[in-house]
Write a protein that binds this ligand. Structure first.
Ligand code: UDP
Ligand code: MG
Length: 318
């Protein structure tokens, strides 16, 4: 029975780790305490995303002492979402929970998510209360949330929170979509029939520093827009039609004016202005086409999304 539940735990927790040596020991202690107390069988999969500090050593030590722990190690840094995907491909539980390693998402909140999921939801998403991040970090998050809600069609107040729980089927669907860049919360909501959002606590980063700068967030947002819809290109087409109509109207106006008032010479500059608008639009259009083309190119190449250097823990067949 014990062996049975070891192989098929009820809950799988996936945690991406990138240079988190200051937080891992406390994180695992708190997580293990919480899950043992909750009473369900569980496993945790730490994915070391090419850490350059002592993270892997610490994880190995934790794994040696606790049979709930399984480890995956990337050969280099592929980013938080790829790390989570690598964990997703190994999970054995029926319920899958993701969590940040920096203790900003308190591990004590995990049972709350699982309980909510058991009410019959496919995905339960955390909504960070009293966020302990800088304003500069919150504004892009807010933008991402608005944009993603629109594009995915599932309204969430917090799309950036990685404290989330999924049914196994959703995770399998996500693993089956082998895109090279994917934003997990958005991808999950495409497959989920019903999504719940519940408030969760949010703490100051315990140690180390955030790995997300403004530039990386902008890239994420661009990724989201082009990765999940053809909305941008449709907007451009619409704008193109509008501008063309305005141009036509303006032409008619100039023609009528010429008949009544006579030719105007200074109008040359007006035409220049109009020309610039057109040229600008064209460049923008080409840029967005390029983005889509680039994506198609990337998908066609079918490169592996990540390379695993080693794994540890029960059933690490890879
Ligand atoms: N992370 C990762 N790979 C990366 C960047 C981050 O695995 O390239 C992990 C990191 O260790 C943490 C989580 O992703 O567990 C969230 O990262 P961070 O706290 O830096 O992001 P923020 O909280 O600022 O959004
Ligand atoms: Mg963080």
């Amino acid at each position: 029975m014990a062996a049975e539940s070891q192989n098929q735990p009820e809950i799988s927790v996936v945690i991406p780790v990138f240079n988190e040596e200051d937080n891992l020991v406390e994180l695992h202690a708190r997580l293990a305490a919480t899950l043992n107390q909750a009473g369900s069988s569980w496993e945790v999969i730490y994915v070391d995303d090419g850490s350059k500090d002592r993270s892997w050593d610490l994880l190995s030590r934790i794994q040696a002492q606790d049979s709930h722990v399984r480890l995956v190690r990337f050969n280099r840094n592929y980013g938080q979402h790829m790390a989570i995907f690598a964990g997703f491909e190994k999970v054995r539980g029926q319920v899958v929970v993701t969590l940040d390693a920096d203790l900003q998402n308190p591990p004590e909140e995990v049972p709350k998510l699982v309980t909510k999921l058991d009410e019959g939801f496919d995905v339960v998403s955390g909504w960070r209360q009293n966020r302990h991040d800088s304003v500069l970090r919150k504004i892009p998050t807010w933008m991402v949330a608005k944009m993603t809600s629109k594009v995915v069609g599932v309204e969430l107040r917090d799309y950036g929170c990685m404290l989330r729980a999924y049914r196994r089927e959703i995770v399998e669907a996500m693993c089956a979509s082998k895109e090279t860049s994917s934003y997990i919360p958005a991808l999950a909501n495409i497959y989920a029939a019903n999504v719940a959002e519940i408030p969760v606590a949010h703490a100051e980063r315990a140690g180390g520093e955030s790995k997300y700068g403004l530039l990386r967030l902008i890239k994420l947002n661009f990724d989201l827009m082009t990765g999940f819809s053809v909305l941008p290109i449709q907007m451009i087409s619409l704008l193109g039609v509008l501008v063309a109509l305005v141009g036509l109207g303006f032409g008619v106006l100039l023609f009528v004016r010429r008949l009544i008032v006579g030719p105007e010479v200074e109008g040359v500059f007006t035409l220049f202005a109009i020309l610039f608008v057109f040229v600008g639009l064209q460049i923008l259009g080409v840029g967005i086409m390029g983005e889509y083309l680039g994506r198609i190119y990337r998908e066609v190449r079918r490169r592996p999304r990540f390379v695993i250097r080693e794994t540890k823990g029960p059933d690490s067949e890879a």
